[in-house]
Design a protein around this ligand. Structure first.
Ligand code: BDP
Length: 694
């Protein structure tokens, strides 16, 4: 068990009674052998069922009790009458139906959809039911994705390094492409399909224009050929200055006729070899990337120019709202909103604006981004970060579903039904073009994600993009059962641990609304004291603003007034210290050290409590995990055990470094009874990390 098989292990069902039942309920597969588009679904079903049932299940002619029938309405004529045209139409291109029914007096299970993609997703869903030991006697399932574009964003460079990647190098072996198709590409596409992910951006948002040249496009096309079999579309990042860098033009001005023509021809060239190419993801005028503002044009001018180039082919543009500029005197929190809100209504129909979940940058906890709800005429796409840049890299066990759900469930109050989930799934403002992306945590490590539990975050992205009403507990539960074991004691313990893990990390890193206090550049470990970055808004001191009076960023009207970017109901809740959730306190207020918190303790005491409880809880995670030794394989058990030990050390590091530093302002003692930091502040400040990946 090296983790390579992810959640698709298909080991034989352990429980003898259940195995017996499943063997009666599933006996063979009936599916048209000449339907090429169903090949991958059929193959998966054969492998999955044969593994789970511990006996060969194959494709046969005719129906028996327990035949699984897999096909489109045109393959089995009874489907239209059984399901009905309206129910079928409602499935769209990707939905599926799984139903127990009778054929020729036999009890059969039907898996169908309008299109091959739906059938593939239906097959994976059916296998998931078995993998998680669900009853299957009377199935009546109909499922369609809530979000249309369910994407991974790889921050992979063409030299196979991965920006913020902690699981080895890039899985794209560019040098041996297009000739050599690594088995990994197939397994990657299959894993994505199993959780409904239908698109992948292959390249880093800090883009290299070379990928748009002919030799590279051939490599991209080879990947697309593999991925297509699993209904996974390929997208690329477009470097805005590409017309100058690889096109020999003098300008990349989006309103220049030659520039427009260059992109049109480039798009035509791409679509000639990749007819189902998805489109472009663009980071422009952000952190040094070129963009339309270099030519005094707006983000809409830039996005629309690219959108026009791909529109004839059905392509889309995902234009990122992650922008902030050092020249601006504004609180970094406010800049994306200031740049983008005025552009609402100016984007082409095939543009989505891709917004990070929070206003700063993938911190352990952020309030929802104020753009959600503020641009009703523009489809806004969610960007989450699966790779744990700010969450302990691939060393800390942090299950991110609670973070994602917290944001999705937040009410923007922009309309009557307008949670962030309803904004991005299009229901709030009637958009049909909808999307959710996760910055991939995948690399060349044998187990794909470095930390065995990193797989759960990849899994979550797919499941939540398909159905944002799933709870963190449901997703954890099904992931654990498929990845490790169905044994109740194991599932219960590990589920509890996963659900608690995100808050535990917040407590030992950035409790009470602290944010962006990590090490400079590589972002490894704590460095709240850091103040030497070339731009103010890269410095931790900019964000926590600790002084002798207190700590926190005043974003109320007396401070940066970033809160004015939210709807009144949200703003009022956050701006009033009495109603602001304490976990957001220092996001919005500069709070005196002896401020009385709701518990009656002071801010300083509460901060100490949080940091200490974070470390204690990691120790609790260690104890819980150690009790799991006999439930699973030694290999993965030991990996997680070792990683938890490092996590414990690093939690202590975060706690000690932050409290010792903040103590220089609060001038108060760490409350009695707590173990005292065994190192000095100076020790932590002098640490250096020649090997921290970035
Ligand atoms: C930041 C990362 C940086 C990315 C940037 C982005 O540190 O490497 O390029 O996000 O999202 O968090 O563009």
């Amino acid at each position: 068990e090296d983790g390579y098989r992810l959640w698709l292990r298909y080991n034989t069902v352990h429980d003898p009674a259940l195995l017996q039942q499943y063997r009666q309920q599933i006996t063979s597969i009936l599916s048209p052998g000449d339907a090429d588009g169903l090949f991958r679904a059929q193959q998966e079903l054969i492998t999955g069922l044969s593994g789970l049932l511990g006996k060969q299940i194959s494709m046969q002619m005719g129906v028996n009790n327990g035949t699984v029938m897999v096909g489109l309405p045109q393959h089995f004529s009874f489907i239209r009458t059984l399901v009905g045209d309206t129910a079928l139409a409602r499935l769209g291109e990707e939905g599926f139906i799984i139903r127990t029914t009778r054929r020729d007096g036999k009890s059969v299970i039907l898996i169908t959809g309008n299109k091959e993609a739906g059938i593939l997703y239906g097959v994976f869903h059916f296998l998931r039911l078995l993998q998680t030991h669900q009853p299957i006697q009377q199935l009546n399932i109909s499922s369609t994705p809530k979000i249309q574009l369910r994407l991974l964003n790889h921050w992979d460079n063409l030299n196979r390094t991965v920006e913020r990647g902690y699981a080895g190098g890039s899985i794209w072996d560019w040098q041996r492409l297009p000739g050599y198709i690594d088995q990994r590409y197939i397994d990657y596409a299959r894993a994505n399909a199993s959780i409904g992910i239908n698109g992948t951006v292959l390249t880093n948002v800090n883009a290299n224009a070379m990928v748009l040249t002919e030799a590279w496009l051939q490599k991209v096309a080879a990947l697309a050929n593999v991925f297509r079999q699993y209904h996974l579309k390929v997208y690329l990042t477009a470097r805005f200055s590409a017309p100058v860098e690889i096109g020999k033009l003098k300008t990349a001005d989006p309103l220049n006729a030659e520039v427009k023509q260059w992109w049109k021809e480039k798009a035509n060239e791409i679509y000639r070899s990749i007819p189902d190419f998805g489109g472009f993801l663009v980071k422009a005028n952000s952190e040094g990337q070129p963009g339309p503002q270099n030519y005094q044009r707006t983000h809409a001018d830039g996005a629309n120019m690219l959108a026009d180039a791909v529109a004839p082919h059905g392509g889309i543009v995902m234009w990122r709202a992650f922008v902030y500029s050092n020249e601006s005197p504004e609180d970094r929190f406010k800049q994306a909103y200031n740049d983008f809100k005025p552009l609402d209504g100016q984007f082409r129909k095939n543009v989505l604006v891709q917004v990070k979940n929070g206003p700063i940058d993938f911190q352990p906890r952020e309030p929802f981004h104020p753009l959600f709800g503020a641009m009703p005429q523009t489809p806004l796409m969610m960007e989450f970060q699966l790779t744990q840049e700010y969450m302990g890299f691939a060393t800390h066990l942090v299950y991110q579903a609670p973070l994602f759900k917290e944001v999705l469930n937040a009410d923007t109050h922009s309309k009557s039904s307008s949670t962030v989930a309803q904004i991005i799934d299009g229901t709030a403002n009637n958009h049909t073009l909808t999307g959710m992306a996760g910055v991939a945590n995948i690399g060349s490590d044998i187990n794909w994600t470095g930390h065995p539990f990193g797989q759960a975050n990849w899994y979550t992205l797919g499941r939540l993009a398909w159905d944002n009403s799933l709870t963190s507990a449901q997703i954890a539960n099904e992931w654990i059962r498929q990845t490790f074991s169905n044994k109740k004691a194991f599932v219960d313990t590990v589920q509890q641990l996963m659900l608690a893990s995100r808050e535990i990390m917040v407590n030992y890193m950035t409790p009470l609304g602290l944010h962006h206090i990590m090490g400079y550049g590589h972002h490894y470990g704590p460095a709240p004291w850091y103040n030497k970055a070339p731009r103010a808004d890269w410095n931790p001191v900019y964000f926590h603003k600790a002084d002798s009076i207190g700590i926190g960023f005043d974003r109320t009207a007396s401070g940066s007034n970033a809160l004015a970017q939210y709807q009144p109901a949200v703003r009022q809740q956050f701006e009033n210290m009495a109603t602001c959730p304490e976990y957001f306190l220092l996001w919005f207020h500069h709070v005196p050290w002896d401020h009385k918190m709701r518990s009656g303790k002071t801010l300083w005491e509460t901060m100490c409590d949080k940091y200490y409880s974070g470390v204690d809880s990691v120790r609790w995670m260690q104890r819980s995990w150690n009790r799991m030794q006999n439930f699973i394989d030694a290999e993965r058990f030991n990996q997680v055990r070792q990683l938890l030990a490092i996590q414990e050390q690093e939690a202590v590091w975060w706690r000690n470094a932050c409290l010792l530093y903040f103590q220089t302002f609060s001038r108060k003692a760490i409350p009695a009874g707590y173990e005292k930091p065994d190192r000095t502040l100076q020790y932590y400040q002098e640490l250096s990390f020649p090997y921290a990946p970035n």
